[in-house]
Design a protein. Structure first.
Lengths: 311, 311, 311
């Protein structure tokens, strides 16, 4: 998320009513997985202090005033960095309340077919020659390319599932980001594509997605991927170009799936996978390795019986 | 489900045009997992006769007039207890046919934001400061607390998946119950929360649920639980406070998950689990036990090869 | 898909601006899994040439003019059989663009309850005594029997997930078929039922389906089946009568599941299964065999430890 102008750390400290150290300007803010120079990021656990301070971020919201501040950076000091970050999201990207079924501020390209019962939020951009099927919901913060198909009851821009656990409730991180669907993307019926927290969830050109697929916040998907039905992808995942995921595959938060990888149905991916290979099982491993394990498991009962007889 | 007044078993017998034995009054009715004193319950298989007769229920609809009736209870005798029970649901909680997008009989609290395209059924109650996103469907029988978020195309109050198999069709049990979402509950996009058969499906205060989660009829979920995307929970499940279920977990009907349990992604739960532990796999077992099995499976192919060489 | 009259192969060649060989008339077209005599089918890979030429189809669109043509058949010769087939679908079953929430051309039976917010496409047929819940989407090409229940936000007639991979994009096969739901079928909330490519996806009388189930294009489901929540069935699957699939089961494309089979929760079916048995696991095998494997896996870590000690 980029701001309309750079903000001095002293201005930000005033907005958050907190102390600061160091001297720097910020012109944007982001989740730790997606920060770029100029960004504000937050951290509230000593375990992640160094990761945040050494990241590309220029300003770090933190609950410790004794940390060493890298050259050219600054910190904002508060007991509740999560809440402070949330305040900034709310300031820089206030929630847009829709009042119309199709917002008058939405820009819809030529030859784009919007069927009955579609919802289109404020400032949504949709390119040319798209088809949006009945009941699809496209929330504000969505930018959609040309020749995109969005099938019935799919949701583009649902809220990030991102909370801070408090004593008596989960405090939700506001979702100030959006969703980008590049040209020729196709989204199946009843899919849910979460918006980014401060950045965009992005689906690359030509990627086609079957029904009932879930894609988490800030996930980046490459070009020409193919995902079968009921795949579930967590937040902050990186999927490179040409990846195939078969039905009901699940991918954990933060993983990277290399270019051209194929993941067989129902596999569970708990860590990053190299491109160009075929994977299977839970945790997903190279399919031929997994098949060998499965074959050995098949003969195991007889082996155990044999061992018992020999004793 | 509680009635407006107690009904004598003789009255009920007249309504159902059937015989009765014993003397008792009933002031409600419920599914066997949820009965309380005063309730009517039904049973039609000798295997479950004693369970029904010894339950908290006061009146039992049954297809056997020779059973011994516990003190203070009564039975209604019919060849088709399921159909008789269905008749009573229909009498005490007739289906409410909606005719408006937002029922005039619905009560909606202050500062609650109902976005375009939302459906709200007859007599639905929604508290203050809620946000209901475009396309959400809230059917009659739903009671929703304060500060609740319901995302796009989520369905609150879908019908219980509960049938009696007949020769040529499945006879559906009518759904006369509802759904309670307590304060600060958050429901993801495209979730489906079934209503109770005669009682409430209940989600405790502060529980947050990601997209595309299914929750069956009469399931009770505690406070401050967190369920990731594509979790599927069957009917009549009890989930205690503070339980975490990661993506694509499935839970079988009738199971209890103890307080604070954590279930890792894609696990399948086929029986009740103690609280305070971490579980994994299908059937789900303690994760460290499962990891040990997985490690041993990984070396099994080489061991088998070795055994063959030695022979 | 049947045409209004037979077309001579010379006419078709003219429409496609391509060459032909042989003499025959076609009165319909279909996907290879569903062809009947008189149909046009396509093939573009030598591996499948014989399958297509020897199928029930009468006319084969093919990218090789040197194949031997069976007696009574004809071929249409083009470099791009997929694109040619797509052109014919578009000609014989042009996309119907809906302009109304409930099409005036839809035929809706008596005592059928269509609740607010339902979409019904052009020429849809719905029988008597049905209940269609708020937010359900029934696209053109759907034929629905009597006493059918379709719950909220379910989608009947989403597009087939069927593509030809090109250099820089996936070329979608047009969906010119439809969906048939026979009498007494019940479809859960947020289900997605894809239409056939040129034929019908079909769900047999009395089959009941829980929430969030996916059914692919051209799949045929028998009578009196019961599918629990979050089941995913690919395209061109054949499920015979009385099959039970428990929660989160997945079935691969083209498989046949025999009459009365029961598949336990979360199983993955990668090939056809005989009827009358209970299956479990991934790949799904007979449950008792799988249980034996699971029991042996449970003792494996101790056996391996033992083996190490003995060395």
């Amino acid at each position: 998320m980029k701001f309309s102008r750079p903000y001095d750390v002293s201005e930000l400290a005033e907005m958050l009513n907190c102390d600061f150290k160091g001297a720097a300007k910020a012109d944007g803010m982001n989740e730790i997985h997606r920060v770029v120079p100029g960004d504000i990021v937050f951290t509230d656990h000593p375990k992640y202090f160094q990761k945040a301070l050494r990241s590309e971020a220029t300003v770090v919201i933190i609950n410790d005033d004794s940390v060493e501040i890298p050259e050219g950076k600054a910190i904002l000091i508060t007991d509740e960095p999560f809440t402070a970050f949330n305040k900034l999201i709310d300031f820089f990207s206030p929630m847009q309340v829709p009042s119309e079924q199709i917002a008058t501020s939405a820009r819809i390209g030529k030859n784009t077919l919007v069927m009955p019962g579609v919802f289109i939020g404020n400032d949504v951009e949709i390119g040319d020659d798209c088809r949006i099927y009945p009941g699809a919901v496209i929330l504000s913060g969505s930018k959609i390319g040309n020749r995109v198909i969005i099938q019935s009851n799919a949701i583009i821009g649902s809220l990030a599932f991102y909370y801070k656990k408090r004593e008596s409730r989960f405090e939700r991180l506001f979702s100030g980001g959006g969703v980008i669907l590049e040209d020729d993307v196709e989204i199946g019926a009843a899919c849910t594509i979460d918006r980014g927290v401060t950045d965009f969830t992005r689906i690359g050109a030509g990627t086609v997605i079957d029904n009932q697929v879930q894609i988490g916040h800030d996930t980046h998907i490459g070009k020409m991927c193919l995902f079968a039905s009921q795949v579930g992808i967590a937040g902050c995942v990186n999927i490179e170009d040409g990846v195939t995921l078969w039905g009901q595959v699940g991918i954990t938060s933060g993983a990277t799936i290399g270019k051209g990888a194929v993941v067989l149905a129902q596999s569970g991916i708990s860590k990053s996978l190299e491109g160009g290979k075929t994977y299977f099982g839970y945790p997903a491993e190279e399919a031929r390795k997994k098949y060998r394990e499965m074959a050995s498991l098949r003969v195991l009962p007889d082996i155990i019986e044999q061992l018992k007889l020999e004793e």
